[in-house]
Ligand binder design. Structure first.
Ligand SMILES: [Cu+2]
Length: 204
C-alpha cells in the first residue's frame, strides 16, 4: 500500500469500506452512549487495560521538566463507531503543547477492532493513509496495521510549532474522523487540553 496512488474514486471506495464499519456491532452509537467506559457493554473490550485511569490522567505534567504525559484510549465510548480517542473525534479535542516539550504518550486500544496512534501534519487526516509521523518517535509500531486489545507507549519531542493531529493510522480511519488536534505553539506556556467549546484546561 506504500506505492498507493491517491485517486478520487479510490477515496470514495475506501470511505465506503469505512462506512461498512457499522457492522462492528459493539461500536454502534447507543442511547446509553456516554463517557463512562462502563457503558461499553459486552463488546469484547479488554477493560482491564484502562482500569484505574480517569479523565484526570488524560493530560498531566511529567516527572521531568518540560514533559507532558497523555493517555489516549481508542473506542473509549461508542461514538463515531468507536473511532474516537477518549470519546473525541474529528478534531473536537485540541491538545496544545509548548514548542520543544517532550510528550510521553500512552495509547490504549481495549477494542478487538484494530486502531493505532501517531502524530502527523493536520492536513494528512484528509487522506486514506496518513503517512509517516512528523516527529521522530511519534507513533506506535506499525500504525497502518494497527493493534487491538493492547497498550503501547511512545515519546517524542514536539520540536517545531505547527498544526498537527494525533490520529489513527489504520487506513481510512482518519478520513472517518479518528483524530484529535495537536497544536505545537511557541507562545504556549503550558500544555493544555480543550474539549469542544470548553475552555482550555492546563496540565497539572
Ligand atoms: Cu482507528
Amino acid at each position: 500500500m506504500s506505492s498507493f496512488r491517491w485517486k478520487p474514486w479510490v477515496a470514495t471506495a475506501l470511505a465506503g469500506v469505512a462506512g461498512l464499519g457499522v457492522s462492528w456491532g459493539q461500536d454502534k452509537p447507543a442511547a446509553s452512549a456516554g463517557h463512562d467506559p462502563a457503558t461499553h457493554g459486552a463488546s469484547g473490550l479488554r477493560k482491564e487495560l484502562f482500569a484505574g485511569i480517569t479523565e484526570a490522567d488524560f493530560i498531566k505534567l511529567g516527572e521531568s521538566p518540560k514533559t507532558v504525559k497523555l493517555v489516549l484510549i481508542a473506542a473509549y465510548t461508542p461514538v463515531n463507531y468507536g473511532m474516537n480517542f477518549n470519546g473525541h473525534f474529528k478534531g473536537n479535542a485540541v491538545y496544545t503543547v509548548p514548542t520543544g516539550w517532550t510528550v510521553e504518550v500512552t495509547f490504549i486500544n481495549p477494542s478487538p477492532v484494530p486502531h493505532s496512534l501517531l502524530v502527523v501534519e493536520k492536513e494528512k487526516v484528509r487522506k486514506p493513509q496518513v503517512g509517516d509521523p512528523i516527529f521522530a518517535g511519534a507513533s506506535v509500531p506499525n500504525p497502518v496495521t494497527g493493534m487491538s486489545l493492547k497498550k503501547e507507549t511512545f515519546r517524542f519531542v514536539a520540536g517545531e510549532a505547527g498544526d498537527y493531529a494525533l490520529t489513527c493510522g489504520f487506513p481510512t480511519h482518519a478520513l472517518s474522523g479518528h483524530w484529535v488536534a495537536f497544536n505545537v505553539r511557541d507562545d504556549a506556556k503550558a500544555p493544555s487540553l480543550k474539549v469542544g467549546d470548553g475552555e482550555p484546561v492546563e496540565a497539572r
